[in-house]
Design a protein around this ligand. Structure first.
Ligand SMILES: [Zn+2]
Length: 500
């Protein structure tokens, strides 16, 4: 049987000496020398001349919020690229004017890149959007600023998560208000389509999605319409554990395109919102952050998930949260064979890394978080230079042979950007060699979702999820590379304008 597609005359990542690859039935049929692989050509075979461009495995984003990524393209007022607080308010104001009477929802603001260097506040939003409810979520998703009308939807009392004067809601309080302004089902289905297109343009063919329970129905519709062209490995909120248990849903339930893998819990918040649980207080004297779950409760949920056959992914950023997660893992008696995951693992101590390694936990880290590290950055401002230099220690993780998976958390999505940051990071312990970085964003992420048998390597038998870069990373500086083509199961899902 002839090949469906042949990519030839360009380096094949991870296959020494090979410069071609053939696809059959959506899978990689053969990898080898161009002359030999071209013999598999038939009359219908699609030929893709690489002309020295490298082919790499489709990137696997090990931690994202896929529907949110799509909504940023279709529904939210995008505040991620605003250069000042005033510009963010201007955007919210014009969006509100265009849709009077409706919720105005902004997303992605980051005061650390603004000259004002302060959070959005209720009074700002009341001025910009006076007549309809409006909230704007900070980039990390752990805090929002609400106007007076939106604040009325928050039923929680004032305290560590609610500051009505400033209009600041954190963690559960923020999510409560966000849920009341949730877009309608059709908007969510369109968001899956938008996210899938966007992912393909970035070379992302698989994602581990830290999803909301309400996303499932949107995914189902997208699958039926054929608009989901990204493999999605779902991690549902840990609160859904009883439902999953009663249904008997365990890891792998679903299809090659969409499957349930496990549950996701939060041990703490974020550095940006000052809710990450840290041992030493924040440098600006705003406390130690918050633990969102205690070790005993986490351990009992962990045991329940294991009995059901679900993977557990726990968000832990600060050293105090990491300590709690490790204690819970010991208490639950987890096995390395279950590949449970710590999400972010930003500020581990040396002893904690030893423990992560011995427990066989997977480190699911986000190289793009380095955008906040280094002199003058947000991490240094919140934590001081000593702790900033210990943030995101990818090199230490690799030294400890801890399985490493890279993702983006959607801040923003983009493996090329993330990998670029770890190649030349602010601090030595963050540095990751190119080969290791690409592996963490392909094989490592596949391993973290038990998909290494099917994905993550250019090897015969694996799915033909492929990315053609605009050059060869061995010759072209990483920052100059672009994604030219993306294939999912051998089918082209993206072609860059001007590429072929
Ligand atoms: Zn996340």
């Amino acid at each position: 049987m002839p090949a469906e597609a042949i990519l030839y005359e360009g380096p094949v990542f991870g296959a020494e000496g090979a410069d071609a690859l053939a696809v059959r039935c959506g899978r990689i049929a053969a990898v080898g020398a161009s002359a030999e692989i071209l013999r598999l050509k038939g009359p219908e075979t699609v030929l893709v001349p690489l002309r020295g461009r490298a082919v790499v495995p489709g990137f696997f984003d090990a931690h994202t919020h896929f529907v949110r990524v799509g909504l940023e393209k279709t529904f939210y007022v995008e505040l991620g690229r605003t250069r000042s607080l005033a510009e963010a308010l201007e955007r919210l104001h014009s969006a509100a004017s265009a849709r009077p009477g409706e919720w105005t929802v902004g997303r992605g603001w980051d005061e650390s890149f603004w000259p004002e260097k302060r959070y959005l506040e209720r009074s700002d939003l009341d001025r910009a959007v006076p007549r309809q409810p409006c909230y704007a979520m900070r980039v990390d998703g752990h805090m929002l600023a609400a106007n007076t009308l939106a604040l009325a939807r928050c039923s929680l009392p004032d305290g560590e998560f609610v500051d009505r004067d400033l209009g600041h809601l954190r963690e559960e309080a923020a999510w409560q208000v966000a849920r009341t302004a949730r877009p309608d089902p059709e908007t969510l289905v369109e968001a899956v389509d938008a996210a899938s297109r966007h992912a393909a343009s970035l070379g992302v063919t698989s994602v581990a999605d830290m999803a909301g329970a309400g996303d499932l129905i949107a995914y189902q519709s997208a699958v039926q319409r054929g608009t989901l062209r990204t493999r999605v490995f779902l991690y549902l909120p840990v609160d859904e554990l009883p439902a999953l248990m009663s249904l008997g849903v365990s890891r792998g339930f679903g299809s090659d395109l969409l499957s349930v893998q496990g549950v996701k819990a939060f041990a703490d918040g974020s550095i940006g919102a000052r809710t990450a649980a840290v041992g030493e207080p924040y440098r600006d004297g705003t406390g130690h952050g918050q633990l969102l779950i205690g070790r005993h409760e986490l351990a009992s949920r962990w045991r329940a998930a294991c009995e059901t056959g679900l993977q557990v992914a726990v968000h832990a950023i600060g050293d105090r949260a990491i300590e709690e997660v490790l204690a819970a893992a010991h208490q639950a008696g987890i096995s390395p064979l279950d590949r449970h995951r710590i999400e972010h693992l930003e500020l581990p101590s040396a002893a904690q890394l030893e423990d992560v390694a011995s427990l066989g936990l997977v480190a699911s880290m986000q190289p793009n978080f380095l955008q906040w590290s280094g002199p003058g950055g947000m991490y240094e401002e919140r934590l001081g230079p000593e702790r900033d230099a210990r943030m995101d220690p990818h090199a230490r993780v690799i030294e400890h042979s801890i399985p490493l998976a890279f993702g983006s958390d959607g801040m923003p999505m983009g493996p090329l950007y993330g990998i670029g940051l770890v190649l030349d990071p602010p601090h030595p312990s963050q540095k990751t060699p190119l080969l290791e970085a690409i592996r963490a964003y392909t094989e490592g992420a596949a391993h973290a979702s038990f998909a290494e048998g099917e994905l993550g390597k250019l090897f015969p038998g694996k799915w033909a999820d492929l990315v053609v870069l605009s050059g060869d990373p061995a010759r072209t500086p990483w920052g100059e590379l672009e994604v030219d083509l993306t294939f999912l199961a051998g089918e082209r899902v993206y072609l860059r304008d001007g590429a072929s």
